[in-house]
Ligand binder design. Structure first.
Ligand code: URA
Length: 232
């Protein structure tokens, strides 16, 4: 059980101060009955709370999967470029999800956003070895020697050491790459270090999540089952 005013401020309907006046004006109903008393106890899981007729949902964990199009920066705020936050449907904004990791401005593909900080940390941390799979179009052609170099762990031009990764050549100018970390421009720099500068990059998979059935710019909330699997 929770106080009505606490529930409403947690759901960011209004500040606690403003709520007093809103309640007094009869703007809030509990199960269809006007309630003017902020100290009234409610059960957020059972009671239907409405503010000006709109259902108020409890603050909750939100995990969104965005098919990021090229041209958007992975940031909550940018003075020049459009950000991925502009692709969020307004209904999700109040849960304040933030991007999990980063895709370059020109990279397309799967980007998670969440308000669960601990989950975000786990998905990003190389320690947990969550696989990220990319499709790349590049100059040149990758070969078995490159596959071995990826397997052994590349050392990039500036001395950065990469964890072992899986490279799959797909024919002239196309490869798949699976990494378990997210260093700056990592996949681009890995392929460039083997003489294959990247022209197009798309993240197709993170863990067991894919872009199946989605178009660039689309966003969807994870199903409860998918969210549970991420917690494992
Ligand atoms: N590697 C890159 O080089 N760029 C990305 O956006 C993601 C991984």
């Amino acid at each position: 059980m929770e106080r009505l005013d606490h529930f409403l401020s947690g759901a960011q309907v209004a500040s606690r101060k403003e709520l007093k006046a809103l309640l007094k004006a009869g703007s809030v109903t509990i199960n269809g009955t006007v309630c003017k008393d902020g100290s009234q106890k409610i059960d957020p899981a059972r009671d239907e709370i409405r503010y000006l007729g709109q259902l108020v949902e409890a603050d909750r964990r939100v995990i969104l999967l965005l098919y990021k199009p090229a041209g958007y920066v992975t940031s909550t705020d940018d003075p020049r470029d459009p950000t991925v936050m502009e692709l969020l449907p307004p209904a999700y904004r109040r849960y304040a999800p933030v991007p999990v990791g980063r895709l370059d401005k020109q990279t397309e593909g799967l980007l998670l956003l969440t308000n669960d900080g601990a989950l975000a940390h786990r998905l990003i941390s190389p320690k947990y070895e969550v696989e990220k799979e990319y499709f790349a179009i590049h100059e040149g052609q990758t070969c078995e020697e490159d596959v071995r170099a990826f397997q052994e762990g590349l050392v990039l031009a500036d001395g950065t050491r990469c964890k072992p990764a899986v490279l799959t050549p797909l024919g002239p100018g196309q490869s798949r790459v699976i990494v378990t970390e997210g260093k700056y421009h990592q996949v681009r720099r890995m392929l460039a270090s083997r003489g294959c500068p990247v022209q197009y990059l798309r993240r197709d998979r993170e863990g067991s999540l894919t872009l199946a059935g989605m178009e660039p710019g689309q966003i969807r909330e994870l199903t409860p089952q998918e969210a549970l699997e991420l917690d494992r």
